[in-house]
Ligand binder design. Structure first.
Ligand code: SF4
Ligand code: SF4
Length: 188
């Protein structure tokens, strides 16, 4: 499946011209690939001077959103201090809520500092099988957590808006996930 990164595309239209299926249009200055027409020849990927087009076999990612109330992203503290994590499965073109998880160990222990390795371990263990952790704020433990999953800073109020931001940046997330030396990433 072909994907265009909205953040990288500059709307030059070179991919539109090269597509043998007439499967690419420009909308608001960003290339849009029509899935029904695309035969995955990858000509557009090779043509794009911005590296804005990627090919992925299938998207299948589990994304966790830190929240206290189930609707908004935690904003008054680090994501690891969230009451719950709402997990969504991102596949080609859709996001499905799958489950809600909670960190029990360490969360209420005031003697543990934000960068305490035990806290990172508890978060990582609660978020087993998660590919991406999304929060408004990360603490010093991001250096440990990013080895377990992609740590993405998204400064959106609601989980619904954060889901849209993740979807928009899915190319960058997948690229980051495949890196050996991951960094925390900020998504707009
Ligand atoms: S060639 Fe690349 S930068 Fe140009 S419109 Fe297509 S995707 Fe965007
Ligand atoms: S992969 Fe080929 S068919 Fe699909 S949008 Fe790109 S150029 Fe068109």
């Amino acid at each position: 499946m072909m994907h265009v990164s909205e953040n990288k595309c500059v709307g030059c239209g070179l991919c539109v011209d090269v597509c043998p299926q007439e499967g690419i249009t420009l909308s608001k200055g960003v290339a849009q690939i029509e899935k029904d027409k695309c035969v995955e020849c990858r000509s557009c990927l090779q043509e794009c001077p911005q590296g804005a087009i990627s090919f992925f076999e299938n998207i299948n990612l589990v994304v966790a959103f830190g929240t206290d109330d189930g609707n908004t992203l935690k904003s008054d503290n680090h994501v690891g201090m969230s009451k719950y994590f709402r997990l969504y499965r991102f596949s080609d073109g859709q996001e499905d809520f799958t489950e809600q998880r909670k960190i029990i160990k360490y969360k209420e222990d005031a003697t543990k500092t934000h960068g305490d390795p035990g806290k990172a371990k508890a978060t990582a263990s609660a978020l087993e099988n998660v590919d991406i952790l999304v929060g408004q704020m990360f603490g010093p433990n991001i250096t440990r957590l990013r080895n377990k999953f992609v740590c993405a800073v998204v400064r959106k109020n609601t989980i619904d808006d954060a889901i849209q931001t993740v979807r928009k940046n899915i190319n960058e997330i997948i690229e980051e996930k495949d890196k050996k030396d991951r960094r925390g990433i900020v998504l707009n």
